[in-house]
Ligand binder design. Sequence first.
Ligand code: ADP
Length: 638
Amino acid sequence: MATTKQPKTTKKKTTPSKSTQTKNKAEQFEYKAEMKQLLHLIVHSLYTHPEIFLRELISNASDALNKIRFRMLTDTDVLDPDASLRITVELDSKKQTFSIEDSGDGMTKDDLINEIGTVAKSGTVEFLKQMQKNDKPLDGNLIGQFGVGFYSVFMVTDNVTIETRHADKNSTGYRWVSSGEGKFTVEEIDKKTRGTKVSFKLKKEHQDFSEEFRVKNTIKKYSNFVDFPIFVDKEEVNRVSAVWHQQKNKVKEEELTEFYKFISNDFNAPLGHLHLSLEGAVNFKALIFLPETAPETFMREHLEKSLQLYSNKIFIQDDCKELLPEYLRFLKGVVDTEDLPLNVSREVTQSSPVMMKIKNVLVSKILAWFGDLAKNDKGKYDKFYKNFGPIFKTGVNSDFANKEKLIELLRFETTKTQKGELSSLKEYVSRMTKDQKEIYYISGEHRESIERNPNLEYFAKNGIEVLLLSDPFDVFIVPGLNEYDKKPVQSIDKADLDLKEDKKDGKKKELGKDVAKSLIEVFKKTLGDKVEDVIASKRLVDSAATLVVGKEGMDKQMEKMMQMMNKDYAGSKKILEINLSHPLIKNLGKKLIADDTDAVLRSSMMQLYEGALLIEGSLTSPNEYVTRMTELMVEATK
Ligand code: ADP
């Protein structure tokens, strides 16, 4: 079974330069600079998990075996067509040597030069350097998630030999030797059999890897589910079983966890799993895992290693993109179907109606599984949602067929939940009061800043619950919902909210109508085209002023993101609402009556407007703001 393979196309070719020809006809090559850096980092930083080398070598052997098995489905005209597909490890604890041999597809001279001298995953070197710089230990999980490939072998040895012969009948054998210090040699050898053998002498401090006990245990830990028998000194050590083919109730939890760790390279147990066996219009078995944690940002590309496709227990391809939509690609697992022809190619899987059918069934089963989880194990569901929510919720916009189900699976913090506690829309609706006709939301960078938003004052005072959207992806989804359970979904930042006047504790004394009208006129003149309008507010309780969005305006948080992406994007003008019962506004009213040319009047208005911008996080001229404030303070302290 393949584990960490990257599709060939994404490989960065770093063909090394050929330098000299040595006496015994071995050609000498030099690694590219990037490779040298990687080697240095491997030897000096990765020491904490030296046993990883074994997993990497076995994974390479298993990939090579998968390739030849796949080729032989349609083409048996290869070298050693009857050779058994297996991996053989030989140890000599006296001489402290280690070797691993496979009967896979082998390598040509070009492969040895181009594939082995290559940093497989772009960004690997940068990432490792960063980790080293930050003094972050490369713990098992990190190494587990990306793997350093063949070169991890230099953690345990100073000198490696590869002997290989490609599966084509007319191929030649080659020996590759390197001390990992910038150079390697390649020479022709007389090798009779197909496949690859990697051998070396262990460094003193790692001689335990020449002992059977140590090696067998390590193989059981990391490679138990490799789909080919692994022999250590002639004894078979791995289990070789297709876990997904077993009956659901017969598979033990530990076995599933072990299998998950094997296919995901995750060191943690999964958060949950889904085991399917379907017969009927479409036939397939699947074992799908939900990881407990999301990978680091750098690792996002590893989200791409989602599902492996098998055809009746035979490995067809890794990371089969056709099986899951983008928003579910954080899941790991295996899908095995008999409905595909055995000699299926990538092109076939891409356009096959069978794949489409499997995908549709799979997605609806997965969403039902999440639904169960949400209902029966809220703790687990919320954990999943916090980790993968940002990717998962994008499904609402992209998967039209499952939109309703996905909306039920959305979660939010609200003004009535504790920090970190999540609520569904259904739960929100169940808490709505009789008079409440709409579902309200407000967006912002994080809970604390949203909670300070003056636009919430009315809702807090009247006990109306508001969804708090602090995940950037929320603003791409919630405004588009329009309604849920026949209730309009409304941003409380909008100007045209239908808010009831405050009856409970009687109306606070407001500014007289005529003065208010004149004051608003002066506000409009002072602010000019900075705002779309100035109006009296129904929503403010404690604050003097706030900015809201016009009828056609975009969500403020969304607008901020648009501005981040495009510096020239100006955004729409806002409406300034003023609180006619606030002492400051009332004082401004008095000033207006006394002397409508008073400079303090206009400075205060400007200051109120910019203060509202500041709260929103969109004030671009802090200098002017502070200068004006100083002037006002000078006035006040005269
Ligand atoms: P990765 O396995 O992530 O591609 P490696 O450095 O481990 O990176 O291996 C590089 C490449 O060398 C493989 O992709 C494969 O083409 C080739 N290779 C390594 N080991 C073997 C092997 N045992 N048999 C055939 N090819 C191999």
